[in-house]
Ligand binder design. Structure first.
Ligand code: DGY
Length: 382
């Protein structure tokens, strides 16, 4: 292992865990050291190649915490299993970088970090929505370039979103949180497309509409639609909150972009490949009133040719989950996954993992994606 790129904590502990990037906060380190782990943290900011991670796993490694930028597949899980590894956690809620079948075949449980990203990511989707609607990137560049010579009635006209229709593709935790923020904060109507009905979101909308009506204000409405096409055609804003898999890759392609209103806004805080980025560039060029707000990109960190030059696109570098609270919470959950699995503890029994952030975390692994496939014990059951 390259000694200059790795920071070692608790060097004499019997278990060895590698962490492929420095994580925020310190509690996650305490969790691993309390579980008798020597923690080896890569201090290098460059994305680690598979070969380098394999070298870091070496001949003996009990567990690993990896990043969404690393392809954790057959090669790495085989290496981890051969080194005696019994636990892996992604430092992410998303797990499209992980080959779950390969991990399961090698008997390695795979953790992720749900729950703590919900509000933070939804807030970024809201921020991108408004940045696109009100052209803040474009306006800031204009101002910084010294081109502002005084208030003008037609300077940077944008779109009012109060009362607009917002379409959400994927109404899971983050999508639903975004929908609520847009309804409550900006009185938008919501359409959503999801394989499952989100009764909680619909009930909230009904109750909120009654509240508004009782105050003499126009009510909001929330409705599930049967097709993505219906949502695209009817929405002023479309925000993507799906998983990335074979069914959602290029879900938004040239054909679907053409179905959107010419002055609609497309927001993506899910995964880059959900959008055909080259098609989006072409669409934005042809439709200057169309706008996009993007946190994720098809071939990160590269951008599709022409994207960065488009004035009608707002772009940020995959930072939707980047609040201190969330990123520290993700670190705690990833460490708790690995520590609990190495101690042979069961897997938590509910989607709500807030208990792991408190002072008395349950003796369980917060979230393990292949727990059932591996037949792991569930907390609270005999
Ligand atoms: C995740 O956790 O999947 C996010 O993309 C990180 O920002």
């Amino acid at each position: 292992m390259d000694a200059y790129s790795w920071h070692i904590v608790n060097p004499d502990a019997p278990r060895r865990v590698i962490v492929t990037k420095e994580l925020p906060g310190t509690r996650w380190i305490d969790i691993l050291t309390a579980a008798d782990c020597r923690v080896e943290v890569c201090t290098d900011e460059a994305v680690l190649a598979v070969e380098r991670i394999r070298a870091a796993i070496g001949g003996r490694c009990d567990g690993a915490i990896g990043q969404l930028t690393e392809p954790w597949g057959e090669e790495l899980f085989a290496a981890l299993a051969a080194a005696g590894g019994r636990a892996y956690s992604n430092y992410a809620v998303g797990f499209n970088n992980v080959d779950l079948a390969a991990a399961t075949a090698h008997g390695i449980p795979v953790g992720n970090t749900p729950g703590v990203l919900t509000e933070t990511t939804a807030e970024m989707a809201v921020a991108l929505t408004f940045a696109a609607a009100r052209r803040t990137g474009e306006a800031e560049r204009f101002l910084r370039a010294g081109r502002f010579h005084g208030w003008l009635p037609r300077l940077f006209l944008g779109d009012l979103l109060h009362g607009a229709t917002v379409g959400i593709v994927g109404a899971g935790r983050i999508g639903a949180a975004y929908a609520r923020m847009m309804m409550e904060g900006h009185k938008t109507h919501v359409l959503y497309y999801d394989l499952h009905r989100n009764a909680d979101l619909e009930d909230f909308a009904v109750a909120y509409a009654r509240f508004l009506e009782a105050r003499g204000e126009a009510p909001v409405a929330c409705r599930r639609v049967d097709t993505v096409a219906e949502l695209l055609e009817a929405s002023d804003v479309v925000s993507l909150h799906t998983l990335l898999d074979d069914t959602t890759r290029h879900l938004i392609d040239a054909g679907r972009l053409a179905r959107m209103k010419p002055d609609a806004i497309l927001v993506n805080t899910s995964r880059g490949p959900v959008v055909d980025e080259a098609a989006l560039v072409a669409h934005c060029r042809r439709n200057p009133d169309f706008r996009a707000g993007l946190d994720v990109f098809e071939d990160e960190p590269a951008l599709a040719p022409g994207l960065a030059a488009l004035e009608n696109v707002v772009i940020v570098p995959h930072i939707a989950s980047a609040t201190r609270w969330t990123r520290e919470g993700m670190a705690v959950l990833a460490a708790a996954n690995v520590a609990a699995l190495l101690r042979g503890r069961p897997v938590w029994n509910r989607p709500d993992v807030a208990a792991f952030l408190g002072d008395a975390p349950p003796p369980a692994a917060p979230s393990v994606l292949n727990a059932e496939a591996l037949g792991l014990a569930v907390y609270g059951t005999d």
